[in-house]
Design a protein around this ligand. Sequence first.
Ligand code: UD1
Length: 440
Amino acid sequence: MDTSLSQTKAKSSGDEVQEALRIWGRRPLSGNVRISGAKNSALVLMAGALLCPEQCRLRNVPALADINRMGQVLEALGVKLQRRGDALDIDASTLTTSKAPYELVSQLRASFFVIGSLVARLGSARVPLPGGCAIGARPVDLHVRGLQALGAEVRIEHGIVYADIKGSGGKLKGAKIYLDYPSVGATETLMMAATLAEGETIIENAAQEPEVADLANFCRAMGAKIRGAGTNTIIIVGVPRLHTTDYSIIPDRIETGTFLVAGAITGSEISLSPVIPEHLTPVIAKLREIGSEIIFEEPNRLRIIPGELQATDIATLPYPGFPTDMQAQFMTLLSLSEGNSVVSETVFENRMGHVPELVRMGADVRIKGENAIIRGVPMLSGAPVSGTDLRASAALVLAGLAADGETLVKGLHHLDRGYENLEGKLRKLGAKVERVTGNW
Ligand code: UD1
């Protein structure tokens, strides 16, 4: 795969040369933003393509460091990839090994999700425990218990998860699985595994995120029998084999939400497409509470008309609740909103890394357990800051757009994981942003 797509040349620590975004704040934005394909869909659909012994084409695949990393994981498993523009051909007819490499999986949590496809297709999988953004412990117990319910023998030794199907022709067996928590990744892993199992699998208390439904639609396009994806009960009837398809990934609702906040925080009217407005229901509801008007212009276009910023409370929840992946960006917005707000992070236990950096820019935020208490301030002031994870970095870019003076957002390797050409898109809207390199 063409890894030149990687926007990340920076090193992340020490005195080495790093990339950063320099932002001159308080400039109005205007115009249209083109929203890219959903990162979290693309990553899991790439894992889903392993289920198919024929070449599949994914379209609307964003150019991101995480996608390149996932491509490398697939290539290490013997899969052939070819990228042309936003189309990615995945030929898993040559899937030869069930061992995913530690160096890659440890950098990207979503790559752990190949475990479901590998065990379904090859009868065995060896996948290291995952890495990813440092936002919490992020165990994989729900994935493991679900695979066991489907008849796999699973053990964890020396940091590697071994899953094997013993006996009965190497097939998983359909089962009823209740998830203690509606984990996105566990729902996806188990749905993929059940696709080629014998008989019927029912996943109860399943995650309802749009990316889960996108994966189900992709698998159905390959011949899988799945219904109920997007609700809390998913029923999968196993089929012996899947076939080729050509499938376009949904637009990224988190990128959309981030640009909506950019409009609200800079007092700018901007429009965004393509989007699926239903995927943004909680985000739009909160933006309206905070004072912006959101207009549905065409079936797939939104426009934000900003207003005076007012405080509100937000609690992150599994979909259709407010997304944890938008929590940091809204925290920035609320730090400039009139009045007191409380933001409760209930999904991940360690997702407030942006708070000390926002405080350095003049925000008034205190953390109490899983809650952040925010007193709105009239102004943020530009400063050098570091993103601790992907969405924290996005929150700091938003802070820089609104702040007085110059902000330097370091830790761009996080941003490049999940936002396609963020600075290019912001510049097109009129922001003054540049990528700079230095020894910070
Ligand atoms: C996915 C998204 C991530 C998003 C998250 C929640 C991808 C690639 N990433 O991550 O951007 O923030 O959904 O919307 O799609 N948990 C367990 N045991 C498990 C699995 C999860 O306890 O086996 C816990 C996690 O620690 C966390 C919570 O469940 O506290 C939610 O995690 P989960 O929904 O699994 O998130 P991911 O699939 O990792």
